[in-house]
Design a protein around this ligand. Structure first.
Ligand SMILES: N[C@@H](CCC(=O)N[C@@H](CS)C(=O)NCC(=O)O)C(=O)O
Length: 215
């Protein structure tokens, strides 16, 4: 059995999208990060960096295995299930991993900081908003140029790199749409790619996760 410890944030939705794409049976355990549940010792035992998501694979070879960091979890599940959404070797694998790490190392953290300073914080810090708007805008340019060249991030095939970027781009085009309006204007590659992913039933199901209490 796969148990995913997660929340309703962009990083928390990537793995559910992949598990839906793969048709896996899984349980979701919601960790309310607004209430500080990520600091609970039982969660820290599987995610020492106190961040969601974390996966526990009770059926892993060699015994139960816990993994934190969304990129590592996506890579693990894609490899475990026949290389679907991540080629087992060759150029296609490395193109997927370079864009996956770009998401984890650049797109996610910059949009996360922008969301904090420009949207969630009540104390508006102009320099921080300017800095992260500029950097997020630069990254959107990188993403759009790639998506004007290729159908998906790694090339012709839909991969875990697309899955990792999509929930963040939903955030960029909804919660952050005002601060990113200029950066998003005319980004036709991003618009086409987002419509493509939004039409996938597994993406819709993964994006819709919510704890039972939220209704
Ligand atoms: N690089 C990590 C980032 C995970 C992350 O930032 N998770 C946030 C929610 S989107 C979190 O758990 N924050 C709680 C905290 O920082 O205390 C990944 O990709 O898994």
């Amino acid at each position: 059995m796969l148990v995913l410890h997660t929340w309703t944030t962009p990083n928390g939705k990537k793995v559910p999208i992949l598990m839906e794409e793969l048709g896996l049976a899984y349980e979701l355990h919601f960790v309310d990060i607004a209430k500080g549940e990520q600091f609970d010792p039982s969660f820290l035992a599987i995610s020492p960096n106190n961040k969601i998501p974390a996966l526990v694979d009770h059926g892993a070879e060699g015994g139960p295995l816990s993994i934190f960091e969304s990129g590592a979890i996506l890579e693990y599940l894609a490899d475990k299930h026949g290389g679907a959404f991540l080629a087992p070797s060759g150029h296609a694998r490395w193109k997927t991993l370079e864009w996956l790490y770009w998401q984890v190392g650049s797109l996610g953290p910059m949009l996360g900081q922008l969301g904090f300073f420009a949207v969630r914080s009540t104390d508006k810090a102009p320099l921080a908003i300017e800095r992260f708007t500029e950097e997020a805008g630069r990254l959107l340019g990188v993403l759009d140029r790639r998506l004007c060249e290729t159908r998906y991030l790694a090339g012709d095939d839909y991969t875990i790199a697309d899955i990792a970027c999509y929930p963040w781009m939903v955030g960029a085009t909804t919660l952050m749409k005002d601060v990113l309006a200029e950066a998003l204007a005319g980004k036709d590659g991003i618009v086409r790619w987002m419509a493509d992913l939004a039409a996938r039933p597994a993406v819709q199901r993964g994006m819709a996760i919510k704890p039972p209490a939220i209704g």
